[in-house]
Design a protein around this ligand. Sequence first.
Ligand code: ZN
Ligand code: MN
Length: 487
Amino acid sequence: MYQSFVGLEIHIHLLAKTKVFCSCRAAFGDEPNTNVCPVCMGYPGVLPTLNEEAIRMAYLVARALHCELAETTVFDRKNYFYPDLPKNYQISQFHSPVGTKGWFDMEFRKQQKRVRIHDVHLEEDAGKMIHAGDISLLDYNRTGTPLLEIVTEPDLELGEDAEVFLQHFRRMVRYLGVCDGNMEEGSLRCDANVSINLRGQGLGQKVEIKNLNSFKFVRKALNFEISRQEEILSSGKAVLQETRLWNENRDQTESMRTKEEATDYRYFPDPDLPPFRTDRTFLSSVEAGMVEMPLERRCRLISEYHLTESQADFIFDEKTTADFFEEAVQKGADPGTAAAWLSGDVQKLLKRTSISLSDSPLSPERFADLLTLLKEGNIHGKIAKQTLDAVFDEDRDPKEIIRERGWEQITGRNEIAEILDKVIAEHPRASEAIMGGDRKPMGFLVGRVMKATSGRAEPGMVQALLQECFEVQFAKHMEEPDAHICS
Ligand code: ZN
Ligand code: MN
């Protein structure tokens, strides 16, 4: 009888090389307080300047989310005091964000679902506080790094659909190349607001939840919070407007503070930064950054290459994998085989060597060559796998490896027949048994031929020749019992 409403506020670290209003390096993991300057340290009298790469990425995300793009966007000061914010205000956007009124379509439990985007705005991140015993340490390297905030409308309902949305969103920003999406390093952080009400009564009293730094926590915290609010309402009490924190050790949300209103921040336009106006050159550079969106690509992988749903799920997940796959197919690899190898043996090798596909010795060209050699019968499956291993170990072309080691498959009829004759002669008891009507030793003889050729004889050809040979023998045996085998 209750209906729940969930909205997300997602912060992503943009992959710009420098901070958003100064030229300090924006990087994770550097020696504390080495990437700082008077601007990001908030010294009096200094002037911020807008990072063009960051603003372009901001517009790109807004564009990908189908937002209305602001022709003029302004920066505001959001005033509050916190030790990791040396200026005592954060430069953010309130009055005219980069993008508004967007949407993102996804599928949830076999149903189409549209999540509306309230706005996309660019701001600066705060520093990092590390609490060690009874002292607190401050690292200002992160202060002023470009942060993009994406605010959704409360169109989600559960921990589960919020989790799915966030996964789609993360994949999208990775496809766009604007964020690495690494939640452990805080490159993608998520807060949520949750309210419930009697069905049909609209939004309820909103509670904000902070600290959702993994997909699992998003799901668990939201579901916990929805149940908590249901219990409060069922017992006739009212939900308090507040900010709560997800406590991962106790698996519950806990009150942190009663929530500030927007007016508490006394937003006003930053007098140090002129409004940013888009022009045709800027907008076309934004457009140039657009790529096919992940879900569209997934559809195309299925329709164009006839991949199964699970193959497509594997290939589309990372843009680099999808690019690699399509390039290999273009260079002659069979799509189904390529997908199966990528999700199977190639994936295993990448895990074992802990490198990414794009950094691995396997190029789309080498991969296509290997699969073509396999398809055309120059090598068989087991040799192909050995060759793949060797490509990874030695960083060389499959053709070269196969040629050098003499791994080509033996498909010549005469060559195989010759080896077969020898094997049969070496195992008279096996052939006697076969002649006597017991077909079991046939497999044994095939195995011997494979062994004699180090697995290079084409198994189908060996089978066929063996069959032929004994049929001839049977026939001869009937006529003249002493006939010599296979000659
Ligand atoms: Zn700086
Ligand atoms: Mn923010």
